[in-house]
Design a protein around this ligand. Structure first.
Ligand code: DON
Length: 306
């Protein structure tokens, strides 16, 4: 069987998985059709193979943390980033109430506390232009003309953000935010509410798989920043599920509570899946099942020596 046939077979098998439920703590996400299911695989040449509801649009949610971290890495020195956030997994859930490391900073940029601290840096640097700068850079990463915000999801998050608000105030209390909490949260939620489909998300994965070079040859990420990002995605991208993920899938990945998962097979493919029913770790149940199957079939696990 060729790659497309193997992928199609894994997709059909995964479509039987019905466990998990749409994210209930964000009303706009709770009402999404739980049966939606899509997958896209983008190769290094930019060829995309898709299955299922590949037109279905969903918000990035925590997958945005990958792009936000990259924008910060590309615009600040290593020292400036190191003051704000570490590279150590927490073993905790994504919205865990603050736990700082020995240097008094959030453990990593993939958990909410770390992403909020990084978002603050972007406001300090770009001021009113911060969202515009993000959207412009992210569109390049995603290989698309422009990216749009789902305003209904943004509003829904802003209205139900008690936990993130608490995190923001704690970070401010530890002098880890230079800007007003509400301003930082607003940008954090705008990033979470950026809309994609699996095709554009897989193109982002392919940019990472291509070592930070866009489809038309532009370097978007320096080698040193890519090494940092991929390492952090591998060890922290799946939160308290990260160890199991490395064991079972063995590739850097990032989940989002909308049900999207981004996975990178370095020098091979960007893979995106979407299925909105998530588990208690905030990860798509069907999507995770599919990725495990697919990676096994295509022998993409970094330590698969079969
Ligand atoms: O911070 C939040 O609550 C969400 N907007 C993003 C969380 C998320 O996607 C966690 N990942 N699985």
């Amino acid at each position: 069987m060729n790659i497309a046939q193997l992928a199609e077979k894994a997709f059909q098998e995964a479509s039987k998985i019905t466990s998990g439920r749409t994210a209930i703590y964000i009303p706009e996400l709770a009402k999404v059709n739980g049966e939606l299911f899509s997958m896209s695989i983008c190769d290094l040449e930019g060829e995309v193979f898709s299955c299922g509801d590949s037109e279905a649009r969903f918000t990035l949610q925590s997958i945005s943390k990958v792009a936000v971290y990259l924008l910060a890495l590309e615009n600040f020195s290593e020292e400036e980033i190191d003051i704000k956030v570490g590279v150590e997994p927490t073993g905790d859930v994504f919205d865990s109430i603050i736990k700082l490391d020995e240097y008094q900073r959030p453990f990593n940029p993939m958990i909410n506390a770390g992403a909020i601290a990084i978002t603050d840096l972007l406001i300090t640097k770009f001021g009113d232009q911060a969202l515009e700068m993000s959207l412009e850079y992210f569109a390049k990463l995603f290989g698309c003309e422009e990216l749009k915000i789902n305003e209904a999801v943004f509003t829904s998050e802003m209205q139900t953000a008690s936990r993130n608000r608490a995190l923001g105030h704690l970070l401010k209390g530890f002098e880890l935010l230079d800007n007003p909490v509400e301003e930082v949260l607003k940008l954090y939620f705008k990033h979470c509410s950026i809309e994609v489909n699996t095709e554009s998300l897989s193109r982002f994965g392919a940019t990472l798989a291509r070592k930070g070079i866009s489809e038309n040859g532009e370097r978007l990420i320096s080698a040193v920043n890519l090494r940092r990002l991929m390492s952090v995605m591998l060890s922290c991208g799946m939160y308290n599920y990260a160890g199991q993920w490395i064991y079972e899938v063995g590739l850097p990945a990032k989940s989002g509570v909308s049900g999207g998962i981004l996975t990178v097979a370095p020098e091979n493919f960007g893979i995106a899946v979407y299925s909105p029913r998530i588990n208690q770790d905030g990860c798509s149940e069907r999507g995770a099942y599919l990725l495990k199957k697919l990676v096994h079939e295509l022998k993409l696990h970094v330590y698969d020596y079969r």
